[in-house]
Design a protein around this ligand. Sequence first.
Ligand code: PHE
Length: 465
Amino acid sequence: MSKEYQPVHGVWTSRWVFVLAAAGSAVGLGNIWKFPYIAGDYGGGAFVLVYLICIALVGIPIMIAEIGLGRHGGLSPIHTMSKLVRDNEVSRKWTGVGFLGALSGFLLLTFYSVVAGWALYYVWEMGSGALDKASPEEVKAAFDGLLASPWVLLGWHTLFMVLTMGVVAHGVEKGLERAVRFLMPSLLVILLILLGYAINSGGFTQGLEFMFTFDFSALGAEGILAAMGQAFFTLSLGLGAIMAYGAYMPRQITTPGGETKHVSIGSTALIIAVLDTAVAMIAGLAIFPVVFANGLEPSQGPGLIFVTLPLAFGQMPLGLFFGTLFFLLVSFAALSSSISLGEPLVAWLVENEWSRRAAATLIGGTAWFIGIGTVLSFNVWSDATLGGNTFFDILEFTVSNIMLPLGGLLIAIFAGWIMKEPRIRKELAMQKFGVYMVWRALVRVVAPLAVLAVFVHTLWDTFGG
Ligand code: PHE
């Protein structure tokens, strides 16, 4: 018989802190770096439309399931899943969902920290004026130079990991809550300042057109699958981060008037998804105009924010200031995401009677160590490839395209088919029965089928054809 664990981590002091924390997890490199360029790649408006549909039909229902399971269990995802397995008298194998999630989150953390380190480096690089009026060659050389220097990458990766684990080590209220209370409002203010700057840059109409022109021919099946994957990644689903945060969500709150009110999971998830989507859109609207105003091409991948954007800012009035702000924004967004990657395993160790400090040191230290593999993938090990893929490529692909969808699929199936229906209904306590039925249909049928389709396509693409 497995041991009964008790919730020991405390709870968010209000529903809004949960919203900030979950939105903090959701808003990350995926919104500011990836969303704008894949939207551009797959036909702008057409992609945005499909992406929104995926968020609504797959993302939100799975997010509701994750928060619901988390709050019901009240523990780290691993112990939450074993508690749910016990309470619902289902096969012990389902505990594996918790382990899978914790492992995915941990692996994601190992390389997320390296890429977030690039953003920190650019705060420094822009702030120091090194890229002022730099030529395209110089800006490109600066980025290539960064990737070619294992020690520099390692230094920034180390700093980012220390920041992340420093927050996690302080616990739910003094660490996570304090961090998101500062990071999220700052992030929003910076984003709006940058949007204002973009509106006045002279390239705004072009930027708008680029993001919202409906070009269905550029979309294709690939685009639809990319939209699905992005919806998943950007909402932080499938690895227990949101489940862990859900465990600290209060069931009831007392209003200032002294009334007790039930905290609704459905509407909370909706708010988080809307915030996340809004940030992705505004990031696009802040980035592309600056790119166009300087007659540059919105190129692909890391190049967009690390090469094209510094180049553009380097040419503009007050560009260094706004460029520095931009990378600060990226760093804040990354930090509020990475703490949600560290929390599930640290919480699990704490439930096993570790101190938070020791747990954060162990998890952070191990993730940091594995992250060295990613650091080396860009230089010393760049030729050590498997089928042309570096260590980083393989890790990134496995986590984002295999482990996350698999985790999401299992969570949807567990919440929709395995868990005793009255329990999940009671946990969600949706006021309108119709809304509950819609959620149930989405989480039982639509979301699993959609995720499965993406999953099969990915596997087929990689190993089949
Ligand atoms: N949602 C984050 C982003 O968009 C990434 C992330 C995924 C963070 C899963 C935590 C958990 O960058």
